[in-house]
Design a protein around this ligand. Structure first.
Ligand code: FMN
Length: 459
């Protein structure tokens, strides 16, 4: 059988992910794994229709399609996102219809599920037969047990094609009724004079609703707020994963385009930050994905701590929970405060006006209070994953992160906390003595909230 591999890593043949595919090729020599370096070649694919058509011909002739990609900022890299957009722009969906497919990624497992759900959603939209996702750690291939697991995945995928096993769709097609938002006059009543509000959008001239929603939001303020359209910035490339930024946050593209300067001088100065975008397939545009990927020059260290983050979306957001998860995951990692989402799917202009005005009110009110909601699993998990990674195997490359973590006291490993360590050691000893264990278990009924009770009494 012939499997076409869509390589979503900008690193092409030297990608970590693609080595898992090459390993599969060695283990299943009776099948051909034909690797297409889509992400690396995306500019040429975009420029030359012939190149794109050649790829589509290969997909059409294949028995199966394997999406192989690294995680880039909770999602697939911008370049793979762009290829997916091209499929729709060139009406090439038919080549994918009915094809067996699977997804293979490498990462450090930070929100890898969001990228996999995205790809599965795209496969469902393209009417493909999705067999399985395989999300490996970036070093799994050097572990023998993980190699066995990878071979099992290969078997699962290949035998599904061979035996034409049934597959089941996870996502319904997105249902979007075009709606023409007609903004009323939002009262310019919100005083933002002591806070910096920045609205970033990627509105095209034909993104009517998005532009109007961004304008209505801005019109809620008594003074002018700053808006930036990503299309007005010179951005020569999305992130290519060279990791030069790891040492001191200097991006390889620093001198060549506007992005890093824009991020430092505008985004990092904002108290209230609003992202505005139109849903394009199951995410925002490739340009928005480029924005997120390029922020990687700041490393794993959160750069939006305490920022009030609003999201304005044109498109059926409630049908695309994964997009919301992306922003919540991103915000949790960044230790920002999600103000909320406003989408034109509400389908009622007056209601959209009200929601936008209230988004503006909340942004300023919460910024003035310094209110940031407690971290959920998304923030706590991000902190722990990156704390361990940066202290450990990523430290050599990500020296800037390491310095930041040390300065902030974020290497808060429990084994370095002497009192907790001692209590746990004594407690463990005690739990092994039946009478002490009984007493501890009795104490648990009221003892855990003992200090809480004291606080409430004093309040
Ligand atoms: C720009 C960038 C963003 C990344 N974002 C994530 C992420 O959100 N989650 C994660 O687990 N790993 C993330 N990683 C780590 C890569 O997914 C991982 O190193 C992967 O193995 C690289 O594969 P490749 O060599 O095939 O490109 C990121 C790496 C880069 C360069």
């Amino acid at each position: 059988m012939k499997i076409v591999v869509i390589n979503g890593s900008p690193k092409g043949d030297s990608s970590v992910t693609i080595h898992s595919v090459k390993f599969l090729q060695k283990k299943f020599p009776e099948h051909e794994f034909h690797i297409l370096h889509i992400a690396k070649r995306i500019k040429g694919i975009e420029r030359r229709r012939q190149t794109f058509d050649g790829i589509i011909d290969e997909i059409e002739a294949a028995d199966g399609v394997l999406w192989a990609f690294p995680l880039y900022i909770l999602m697939v890299p911008a370049r793979l996102k762009r290829f997916i957009e091209l499929i729709y722009e060139h009406s090439a969906e038919a080549a994918f219809k009915g094809k067996y497919t699977a997804a293979l990624s490498t990462s450090v497992h930070f929100n890898d599920h969001i990228a996999h759900r995205y790809i599965q959603g795209i496969c469902d939209d393209l009417d493909m037969k999705f067999v399985a996702s395989f999300s490996a750690d970036m070093m799994d291939l050097i572990n023998e047990n993980e190699q066995k697991r990878l071979i099992q995945f290969g078997k699962v995928f290949l035998s599904a094609i061979q035996h034409q096993y049934p597959t089941i769709k996870r996502y319904r097609p997105l249902d979007w009724n075009e709606f023409d938002y007609k903004p009323g006059k939002n009262v310019p009543s919100i005083d933002a004079s002591n806070k910096r509000v920045l609205v970033i959008s990627d509105a095209r001239s034909d993104d009517n609703n998005l532009q109007k929603m961004a304008d209505s939001f801005c019109a809620s303020f008594a003074s002018k707020v700053e808006t930036i359209n990503l299309r007005d910035l010179k951005i020569v490339s999305s992130c290519i994963g060279c990791l030069q930024c790891g040492y001191d946050n200097d991006c390889a593209f620093d001198e060549r385009d506007d992005f890093n300067c824009f991020y430092r001088e505008k985004v990092l100065q904002a108290d209230v930050l609003v992202f505005a975008g139109t849903m394009t397939d199951r995410f925002l545009s490739c340009l928005w994905k480029t924005y997120f990927d390029r922020t990687f020059f700041m490393g794993h260290f959160p750069s939006l701590i305490g920022v009030q983050l609003g999201v304005i979306i044109s498109g059926p957001l409630t049908e695309n929970e994964n997009l919301r998860d992306f922003f919540e995951g991103y915000s949790g990692w960044q230790q920002a405060h999600i103000l909320g989402f406003v989408s034109d799917e509400i389908g009622d202009s007056e209601e959209i006006d009200t929601q936008l005005q209230d988004l503006a009110r909340r942004g300023i009110e919460f910024a003035n209070m310094g209110y940031v909601q407690p971290q959920t699993f998304l923030g706590v998990g991000a902190h722990k994953v990156f704390r361990d990674e940066i202290w450990g195997r990523l430290r050599t490359v990500f020296q800037a992160d390491h310095r930041g973590y040390k300065e902030q006291g974020w290497y808060d490993f429990p084994m370095w906390d002497a009192p907790t360590h001692m209590m746990a050691a004594m407690g463990t000893l005690g739990m092994n003595i039946p009478r002490v264990r009984e007493q501890i278990q009795e104490m648990l009924k009221y003892g855990v909230s003992f200090r809480h009770r004291k606080i409430v009494e004093k309040a």
